[in-house]
Design a protein around this ligand. Structure first.
Ligand code: FPP
Length: 255
C-alpha cells in the first residue's frame, strides 16, 4: 500500500521562481537523468535510495518546467539497455512510475499536465504499464505541460521499428520508397506529435547521448552538468534554459 504524501505541487507553488527571461523559452526540454547511483554512493547509501531521490527530482523538475512555460518535458526514466542491471534494481526502477503516479496523478490532472509514455510496452511488468496507461488516459484531455516518460526506450530500436514498418508498407505496395521523407520518418517515431527537443540536458558529468532521441536531436542544444540527478532542481533548470537563451541556433544556415 503506497501512502499518500502531502501535495508537493501546492507546497512548491509557494516558492517564487528567480528572475528570468520568459523570451525564447525552449518548447521541448529532454533530460537524461543520470547519477542516481553515484549520488547514493557519495552519501553512503544503497543505489535504490538514489533512484528514490531521483523520483523527487522528477517532481521538482516537472513543477519548475511548468512554471517556466516549457511545453514538453521528456525524461529518460529507463532505457532498453537498463535491463542489463541486476534484477533487484530493475524491479525497483519498474515500481517507480507506479509509486510516482499513485501519489501525484491527481495533482498532475489538476495542474493540466498531460502524461505520455514513449517506449516499448513489451517487456514491462503489467503494474508499470497499467500505471502509465491510467495516467495517459486520465490526462489525455489536458493541454498544459506534456510530461513524456521515456520508459523502456532506445533510439536504435525506435529507428529499427520505424524502418520495419515502412518496409512492410513498401512490400504491400502501399508506399513508394521515393516518397519517404524525413518528415515521414519523424511521424513513425515514438515521439510522433511531439516537436524535436530544443534543449537536451544530461546530469552527472557524463558527456554522451546513450541511445536517446538520436533522430530527434539533430539540432538540439546540449547542456551538461556535473550535478547528480537527485540534486537537480529548478535553479539548474533555469541555468540550463538561460544558457540556451544565449545560444544562436542556425540549423546549418547563417544568422
Ligand atoms: C541513471 O542513473 C538513472 C536511471 C537509469 C533511472 C532514472 C530514473 C529516475 C530518475 C526515477 C524515475 C522516476 C519516475 C517517476 C519514472 P544511474 O543509476 O545510472 O546512476 P550512476 O551512473 O551514478 O550509477
Amino acid at each position: 500500500m503506497i501512502k499518500r504524501v502531502r501535495s508537493w505541487w501546492t507546497r512548491e507553488d509557494k516558492i517564487q521562481p528567480p528572475e528570468r527571461s520568459m523570451d525564447n523559452v525552449p518548447e521541448h526540454v529532454a533530460i537524461i537523468m543520470d547519477g542516481n547511483g553515484r549520488w547514493a554512493k557519495s552519501h553512503g547509501l544503497p543505489r535504490f535510495i538514489g533512484h528514490q531521490n531521483g523520483m523527487k527530482a522528477v517532481k521538482r523538475t516537472t513543477i519548475a518546467a511548468d512554471k517556466l512555460g516549457i511545453k514538453y518535458l521528456t525524461l529518460y526514466a529507463f532505457s532498453t539497455e537498463n535491463w542489463k542491471r541486476p534484477k533487484d534494481e530493475v524491479d525497483f526502477l519498474m515500481r517507480l512510475p507506479q509509486e510516482f503516479l499513485a501519489i501525484e496523478l491527481d495533482e498532475l490532472i489538476e495542474k493540466n499536465v498531460q502524461v505520455r509514455m514513449m517506449g516499448d510496452r513489451e517487456g514491462l511488468p503489467s503494474y508499470t504499464i497499467n500505471a502509465m496507461e491510467e495516467a495517459v488516459r486520465k490526462t489525455e484531455g489536458n493541454d498544459g505541460l506534456v510530461l513524456n516518460f521515456a520508459l523502456n526506450y532506445g533510439s536504435r530500436k525506435e529507428i529499427t521499428d520505424c524502418m520495419r514498418e515502412l518496409g512492410r508498407k513498401i512490400k504491400t505496395g502501399d508506399l513508394n520508397p521515393d516518397d519517404i521523407t524525413p518528415e515521414m520518418l519523424g511521424q513513425h517515431m515514438l515521439s510522433s506529435g511531439i516537436p524535436d527537443p530544443d534543449l537536451i540536458i544530461r546530469t552527472s558529468g557524463e558527456m554522451r547521448i546513450s541511445n536517446f532521441m538520436l533522430w530527434q536531436m539533430a539540432y538540439s542544444e546540449m547542456w551538461f552538468t556535473d550535478i547528480y540527478w537527485p540534486d537537480f532542481n529548478e535553479q539548474y533548470l533555469y541555468e540550463a534554459v538561460a544558457e540556451y537563451q544565449r545560444r544562436t541556433r542556425r540549423y546549418g544556415g547563417l544568422t
